[in-house]
Design a protein around this ligand. Sequence first.
Ligand code: NAD
Ligand code: TYD
Length: 341
Amino acid sequence: MQILVTGGAGFIASNFVRYMLERNPDISIVNFDLLTYAGNLENLADLEKNEHHVFVRGDICSRQDVEALFSEHQFDAVANFAAQTHVDRSLMDVTPFINTNVLGVQILLDACRANGVNRYLQVSTDEVYGSLGATGLFTETSPIKPNNPYSATKASADFLVRAAHESHGLDAVITRCSNNFGPYQFPEKLIPLVIANAMEDKRIPVYGDGMQVRDWIYVIDHCSAVETVLRKGKPGEIYNMGAHKDVPNIEVVKSILSILNKPESLIEHVEDRPGHDRRYAMDSSKIETELGWSAAHTFGNALETTVNWYLDNRDWWERIRTGEYASYYEKLYGNRGKHCS
Ligand code: NAD
Ligand code: TYD
């Protein structure tokens, strides 16, 4: 079985490629990635000599790149992870999000149709549902109500995938996962940012009151969920994925500081993110009961494993935290105004 994985030099898909190759000697993976600021070949260094893994640099927004890829390789399945993924960046400039997360998805869908690919899997997000109140869970039939430009583009892609299935009979499935954490996560996202800042005794920016709730899942559990849907999901269906671990941001930050034995005085409440979703929490009962998947890792253990990975791989994130990333961070806080406490 040959699988096309897009975005495989990024956080989740680099874990997914490794996860799949470790467990499935019968599959090979073509990994197609543009290597944007978030794509990093160091994430795949241990797979360099693996004969079941081929890396191809290219852009899912380029029909030319995608057609060349499909003319060179035959795919049994496509798993599209490639995306622009950071909400704060989408608030500053949505153009690359529209290109990759919307146009790029349509180009992949067209290529799958033209080449008779048996299964297309779109990696989507719980953020397409918008925000929950104090209670309740997102189910697959919850209304699509994205509140920020990133989630609006991911929701648009989900509609295009649905249309490709309904109009053209493409065998397509959509996975909607909650917030991931684990090794190789780019240190602009909350958990790696807090770990890296704490290790360097830098202030930790908590947006607003820090009582926003996210449903955290260890990246390896997301990988196993994607494999499950790739193999067993029903065409045209959507599957929510979460680990039943809803935690306010401020508690996540304090847990990391406690693991690292760093003081809570590093925490600095800053102006809130515009359109900030208050609470995400997933009902994953469909994938659990219909496909037999469940998350295997507990939040506490996985958080410790993750912190240890960042302690052991300081070079990896230190290199990232210079250059382009540094100027982005200045711009973010320039736009956002002064810290509020
Ligand atoms: P990431 O930002 O770490 O990696 C994205 C990867 O896509 C990078 O390697 C980048 O180079 C590549 N890419 C970007 N534009 C491309 C293009 N035009 N052509 C080819 N490659 C391109 O992202 P991530 O956090 O690993 O997220 C992966 C997927 O999972 C995304 O689709 C995201 O929406 C989804 N998701 C993420 C989370 C999360 O918590 N991080 C949760 C649910 C769903
Ligand atoms: P993030 O990791 O950006 O993921 P997402 O926006 O996709 O959920 O943010 C997770 C939560 O942490 C979100 O509620 C925003 C908040 N946050 C902070 O409070 N401070 C930060 O510096 C960052 C990056 C995020």
